[in-house]
Design a protein around this ligand. Sequence first.
Ligand code: ZN
Ligand code: ZN
Ligand code: ZN
Length: 524
Amino acid sequence: MNTIASINHINFNYYFLIGGLFLSYLVYRIFCSLSGDNLFIQTKYRVRGHTWRSIECNKSIPYNIYCTVCGKLMLPVVGLFCECCAVSACKKCHRELDKKFRCKQITWPCEKPFCHLWVNVGSVSRSTADHHEEGENIKKYFCSWCQRTKLTQENVLCDTEECDFFKYRDIIIPPTSVRIEKGKIISIKPQSDNDWEPLIIFANRKSGSNRSDEVLSIFRGLLNPLQIIDISLMGPEQVIRWLPDRCKILVAGGDGTVAWVLNTLHSAPHIKASVGILPMGTGNDLARALGWGAGCSNLNAHSIISSLKQAKLQILDRWKITIRPKRGRLGRLRPERVLFAYNYASVGVDAQVALDFHRARSQFLYRYASRYLNYLAYALLGVGRALDDGGCGGLERRLRVRVGPHAARALALPPLQALVVLNIPSWGAGVDLWSLGSEDDVGEQYVDDGKLEVVGVSSSFHIARLQCGLAEPYRFTQTSHVQIELEGSCAMQVDGEPWMQGSATIFVEPAGQSTMLRPHTNNT
Ligand SMILES: [Zn+2]
Ligand SMILES: [Zn+2]
Ligand SMILES: [Zn+2]
């Protein structure tokens, strides 16, 4: 009785602690939003008119600090600039500018010449160079397509010089090549230039972090706005219909978003796309394994573009996971489920911790999720699960695992609480599980060798020790096929997406490969 009471007491304390942390974070966020920390006008990209944003935001293009309409110096609070074309206006005048001055247009009739789109981004006083001509102002113009700047007194709006896109010519989709019917993009005419490989950006504005919104914003200024896709408004399935046959893709998001894009690309094998990752959210195991890091701290569009240009191709294995439920006690049979994995899949306590986290996050303050707070909550949930086993104790008695192409070999399992199959050398937010502390004849792990690594974890304390590099997992085998028979229900996860799985037979088999990008580093 005494021990049960004390465990309850610990659980109570730990929920109290988490609740307290979440509450204080909420208060902090409210305070921040009141003190004007939220710099974003949440504007949707609009095909007609400009996409206004506060000039205080991070930006990739220059802008004028004087209103283009009334000419007043704008305080950051009232200053707006268009994230696509760089034109700026105060809060009073921006509607007027919407009518007067056109923005970057995503499409343009191919018979008409495509000219520079000059936008006034300030002025240079020549008084210092030439004393007697004081007050003469030279205006500074910026072409929002080719990024060239020009100092002139003339009226550049009548400039008929054609724009060649200059700096980012080989990654921009020229408006003259875009065919639109009934407001929908139908196709993109490929360019004759062999180096042309347009860059497509996928980000989710509703992902709960301002960062993805920022990504959408900074790239609209440099590319054709149609190349920047907010997947909360337009899913990859829609984009795939017009995507050029050869392109580079940057996914700004977590592993789930990357997998969504990769799965969609698999449905259109004629598209030769290579995929880079700008990690956002928690986990980001795929981004870590491919060298893109755990999260991005500094968003600089120009350096992101240059790292994508230098990046190398990396083939990544893809796995099909078929879950065939067994008939339950009531004789009801659930339908078969098919998933695709790029990172890992597991049954047991690590999935249980992910599930606890998933539930806590959807219940409380998903909107206010910050990466570090998430890490903390994750760690605390892991400790909480160490007090009980989450129903995963003695998992070895409820699992039958067979490996090899025809499920030829049965694995003898030691006492364990989780069975994990790995594709990449990063699991549970950055643990290189297969190679941990290995000295002897452990086979190397590659992401493109058509093999999975099968490992076992004995408890969530074991997970904690693995995360600190103080323990080794059970390394079972490397194989191309895994068959798991699960008796009774247990938490399961694929690529960090957890759920409760009832009795079932789970088949894991190869399902092709994806072409990814790996950043170029000097030591590789
Ligand atoms: Zn104004
Ligand atoms: Zn604009
Ligand atoms: Zn230009």
